[in-house]
Design a protein around this ligand. Structure first.
Ligand SMILES: Cc1cc2nc3c(=O)[nH]c(=O)nc-3n(C[C@H](O)[C@H](O)[C@H](O)COP(=O)(O)OP(=O)(O)OC[C@H]3O[C@@H](n4cnc5c(N)ncnc54)[C@H](O)[C@@H]3O)c2cc1C
Length: 560
């Protein structure tokens, strides 16, 4: 058994920013991560991080309003205010820690424009922003004495009397199962992109933490809010960052028209992501696409500029499609990218379970609402990663004794063995693909009652087949086959919450666009959906709603 003051599950930007706060305050802190920390999905973030810096003539209210409008007024405005007010310090702090942000001709930190915002306030490191941030936070937290359980996979939260007291984790290197006890646990396990196929998210983004918290009793909020990014590379689904359009790229249809003129005359290609994705899909559906794609045109930016500011995008385009962006437009289409929903938390990252905090993409503090603005997620991870640690530090002052029970360890050990002992049955990859493809069909850029019900009935089938999946490799060392089985169980819980959120919300708002109910309905649906795991209910699901916090920005019609 291992024990710490604070245990953080996940070593992406949210987890590592929380970790820095804990170790800086002299506490015994550990992170557990199923991959080496710098292989977390945060590493893939390209475009940048938003901050309204006052010395640029920007202000927090401008950023807050763009965020709230972007969210289609579903974000809680008190949470957005916290994020916008703390953004400037958060970015400057990262720079002081050692992030070498790209600078302008004047020597000041450079900015680029991002979608849904009138002001260029996105700070960046070329097209590798996430990687730059993650490496610096990892190095800083190690310097300050962070404990790291690397390539350990959390299978269960330890709950006693409704309080979270640690985790059971599987050491992937040797197949041993351990308990790691803690006075407070911070969930920072990232998104669940792979519940959909295709997705821009890494294969490890399987929503583990969302399921762990859900099964332990925490509600998942606004799970129907799935972001489709407008520019994923044809055939592969790999992301081409919004930075391309931020730097001036056009979107063209098969007639060579900049079609965004019709849909968002003011913001054009830099309207909110949900708006641009729907516009592209309309062009494609109405026959003005090319093989199910539209074209992203960067030629007018020139080779030098592309290579200097968007080098990584050029690399991806050349490598996967053999297209040189300086010479030819690149085919792109909308693809699943981000989860706005997540484990409901308060402004300090506290969930409804004492001892359990959540931050980053797995959490829903409610700053993104029904649609996230590009470059607001990296900001969310560092602001609320820090805040959750700050409040966990306060919370543990009153936690006297931890648990000594090893009962969960015995139960988990039995459960894992029973999965390994199953006779040959369902193939994990096939079942996973079946679920994910049907999730995209049912809960895509467009959805309606019938498509959502189809996704639900497919999910029932997947759930029936789930106990029959078999793990062919029985060994102890790096049994990734067993990990895939455990991840699939987590993904199925995620899919369930997403589908129930989507069925519940009877309107269109942000990314949740129902063709059978195309209008936003503030009278009935200016509220959050909450999905609880409840074994007393049919299908083990209980739905509730919660009000949206409106402080000073009354909802208005959203036009770009
Ligand atoms: C391709 C791409 C580009 C993006 N670009 C941008 C951008 O430019 N700007 C922006 O603001 N946002 C961007 N985003 C979104 C943003 O990068 C993510 O939302 C954010 O980095 C998530 O950080 P996180 O710390 O919450 O989780 P992650 O970085 O995903 O980390 C999750 C951690 O949890 C661990 N973990 C998960 N499950 C378990 C388990 N069972 N046991 C142990 N450990 C576990 C993982 O090992 C990992 O360390 C992008 C996303 C993608 C996919």
């Amino acid at each position: 058994m291992y024990e710490h003051d604070i245990l953080i599950i996940g070593a992406g930007l949210a987890g590592l920013r929380a970790a820095v706060e804990g170790v800086k305050n002299g506490l015994d802190v550990a992170v557990v991560s199923k991959v080496h920390p710098v292989r977390s999905h945060s590493n893939a973030a390209q475009g940048g991080i938003n901050a309204p810096l006052t010395d640029r003539g920007d202000d927090w209210e401008g950023h807050a309003y763009d965020t709230i409008k972007g969210s289609d007024f579903l974000a809680d405005q008190d949470a957005v205010e916290v994020m916008s007010r703390e953004a400037g310090d958060a970015v400057i702090e990262l720079e002081r820690m050692g992030v070498i942000f790209t600078r302008g001709e004047d020597g000041k930190l450079g900015t680029r424009a991002f979608g849904g915002q009138k002001v260029a306030r996105t700070f960046f490191v070329g097209a590798i922003t996430g990687s730059a941030l993650l490496h610096v936070l990892f190095e800083q937290s190690l310097k300050l004495g962070l404990n790291v359980y690397e390539e350990w996979f959390v299978t269960k939260l330890i709950m006693e009397d409704g309080i979270c007291k640690g985790v059971v984790a599987y050491d992937i290197k040797n197949g041993e199962l351990h308990t790691i006890k803690a006075k407070a646990v911070i969930m920072a396990t990232g998104g669940n992109g792979r519940v959909f196929e295709p997705s821009t998210q890494a294969l490890i983004c399987t929503g583990d933490g969302l399921s762990l918290a859900y099964k332990a009793g925490a509600p998942l909020m606004d799970m129907e809010m799935i972001q489709y990014h407008p520019t994923t590379l044809a055939r592969t689904g790999i992301l081409l960052s919004e930075a391309a359009r931020g730097e001036g790229a056009y979107l063209l249809n098969s007639k060579g028209e900049r079609f965004m003129e019709k849909y968002a005359p003011d913001y054009m290609e830099l309207a909110s992501r949900d708006v641009v994705s729907r516009s592209e899909q309309t062009e494609i559906d109405e026959g003005r696409g090319i093989d199910g794609n539209v074209m992203l045109d960067l030629r007018h930016l020139g080779r030098d500029y592309i290579e200097k500011r968007l080098g990584y995008l050029q690399e991806v385009s050349l490598e996967f499609l053999g297209i040189d962006m300086a010479e030819e437009p690149v085919p792109v289409r909308p693809g699943m990218h981000y989860l706005m929903g997540g484990i409901k938390t308060d402004l300090n990252g506290a969930t409804q379970i004492p001892g359990l905090y959540a931050a980053g993409e797995c959490a829903n503090v409610s700053v993104h609402g029904a649609n996230r603005l590009g470059a607001n997620s990296l900001l969310d991870t560092v602001v609320f990663g820090r805040r959750s640690a700050e409040h966990a530090i306060e919370y543990i002052k009153s936690v006297k004794q931890n648990s000594n029970s090893e009962n969960d360890l015995k139960l988990e050990s039995k459960r894992l063995q029973s999965i390994l002992d199953r006779p040959k049955g369902e193939n994990i990859a096939n079942l996973r693909n079946d679920m994910a493809v049907n999730m995209t069909k049912g809960i895509g850029v467009w959805r309606d009652q019938k498509s959502i019900e189809n996704a639900l009935s497919n999910l029932h089938d997947v759930k029936n087949r789930l106990p029959k999946i078999s793990v062919e490799h029985k060994g102890k060392f790096f049994n990734t086959n067993l990990i895939f089985a455990l991840e699939l169980e987590f993904m199925v819980d995620n899919a369930e919450a997403i589908i129930h959120g989507a069925i519940t919300r009877k309107e269109s708002r942000g990314a949740h666009y129902r063709t059978d109910m195309p209008e936003r309905d503030d009278k009935n649906w200016l509220k959050h959906t909450l999905v609880y795991h409840d074994t007393n209910r049919e299908n083990n699901v209980r739905i509730e709603t919660a009000p949206v916090t409106i402080t000073k920005w009354e909802p208005v019609k959203r036009v770009y």
